[in-house]
Design a protein around this ligand. Structure first.
Ligand code: HEM
Length: 401
């Protein structure tokens, strides 16, 4: 294998830099020229579809970054997302037996009602911020309803969740004050949830937290720290990702008016289109892993104890796997992508996220009359992993009934 050029070993640092947030895809294409490449900071970046797929299913790969020799860590407690078998499997089973397809279905009417309420609140204004007015409040209301968290507490955890999301980047250039803010937010959120789950154990209801506390036929009841970190993962994963799916979806449609018009005439198109949004503009751009052994892959040997970046969003645009990968093709079939991850950590909330997007996006397309993007690209939130616009201002003639 040829020695990497200096520029190539700095490519991932450039992905993390804020100026790349609006369009990281040209950097991903450069990285894919060497699908498994070590960076100047020692990190191994995996950007090819086949290589990512292999590693997502490889038991020599760990999601617990304590197994990496030099990982940049933030002091956030480990949930099932960052644990390996067997503790991962026990917690995952607890969630899977409570958070069932029937539970997702039972929320469908609520999602319709909430979407309607949020659009009604725009009133006669002709400028809408899709993020603050729709894409953020909707999944928050849904996850609160699911977990039985009072919606009035949203103002308390909004800031904490945003700060914790930035912590997922493991960015070595992050300042100490940013790191301290993440630790602080994490402690506050855990304290809030510890109190809430204690109350719920005393007075159970019909929500998911109560379900986790009582356990199921195939899973043990969750208590103490397990219960707090699992609730916390569901709370953060339940909205920090879906807000970006809805916003990236609307942004992509506004950039493709032909597809927007097609969706207006053919609402059924939404089902394959959501998959294409998740492939084309994934809410989760990459995930970190640590190697438990030397792994030969893509013409390289990643040593044991290495920090590996699985660049899911680069795999999603790999021309070795997808035809015309940089085009947004709403009825692309088949569409096997990494938008919801893969292997044993495959997203548990994917059915919920799909259901929310399948309701909200066609409703926005139907009711926003003559929508126009105010700024393109829009301003982005700082996180590179959970990537999405901070605001998405859209001018409309009116909100249709
Ligand atoms: C558009 C929305 C969403 C996207 C793009 C997304 C994406 C992902 C991805 C890529 C992973 C795998 C992480 C890894 O392999 O390290 C994951 C895991 C997970 N997601 Fe989602 N997610 C979304 C919504 C949700 C929702 C709504 C929930 C819950 C209410 C949720 C709960 C989880 C959980 C619990 C895991 C961890 C699974 C495990 O470690 O076994 N996600 N998600």
């Amino acid at each position: 294998m040829s020695a990497p050029t200096t520029a190539r070993t700095e490519l991932f640092a450039r992905v993390l830099a804020p100026e790349s947030r609006a369009n990281p895809y040209p950097l991903y294409a450069e990285l894919r020229a060497q699908p498994v490449a070590q960076q100047a900071d020692g990190t191994w970046v995996v950007s090819g579809f086949d290589e990512i797929s292999a590693l997502l299913h490889d038991p020599r790969i760990s999601s617990d970054m304590d197994n990496a020799d030099h990982a940049t860590r933030t002091d956030v407690p480990k949930s099932l997302l960052t644990q390996d078998p067997p503790s991962h499997d026990r917690l995952r089973r607890a969630v899977m037996t409570t958070f069932t397809p029937a539970v997702v279905e039972s929320l469908r009417a609520d999602v319709r009602r909430m979407t309607d309420r949020l659009l009604a609140a725009v009133g006669s204004r002709t400028r809408v911020d899709v993020v603050d007015e729709i894409a953020y409040p909707l999944p928050v209301a849904v996850i609160c309803a699911l977990l039985g968290i009072p919606e009035r507490d949203e103002a308390r955890f909004h800031g904490w969740a945003d700060t914790i999301a930035r912590g997922l980047d493991l960015d070595p250039t992050m300042s100490q004050s940013e790191r301290d803010a993440i630790t602080h937010a994490s402690t506050e959120l855990s304290a809030y949830l510890a109190e809430l789950t204690t109350q719920r154990a005393r007075r159970p209801g019909s929500d998911l937290i109560s379900g986790l506390i009582s356990g199921g036929a195939r899973s043990e009841p969750l208590t103490g720290e397990d219960l707090v970190i699992t609730t916390r993962l569901l709370l953060i994963a339940g909205h920090e990702t879906t807000v970006n799916l809805l916003t990236n979806g609307m942004l992509t449609l506004l950039r493709h008016p032909d597809v927007l018009a097609r969706l207006r005439n053919d609402p059924e198109l939404v089902v394959p289109m959501i998959e294409e949004i998740v492939r084309y503009e994934p809410s989760v751009q990459f995930r970190y892993r640590a190697t438990l052994a030397d792994i030969e892959i893509g013409g390289a040997t990643i040593p044991r104890g290495a920090t590996v970046v699985l660049l899911l969003a680069a795999g999603n645009r790999d021309p070795r796997h997808f035809t015309d990968p940089d085009s947004f093709i709403p009825d692309r079939i088949p569409n096997e992508h990494f938008g919801f991850g893969g292997g044993i950590h495959y997203c548990i909330g994917a059915p919920l996220a799909r259901m929310e997007a399948q309701i909200v996006l066609p409703e926005l397309v139907r009711r926003l009359d003559n929508p126009r993007l105010v700024t393109d690209p829009p301003p982005y939130r700082p996180a590179a992993t959970l990537r999405g616009p901070r605001h998405l201002w859209v001018d409309v003639d009116r909100i249709l009934p």
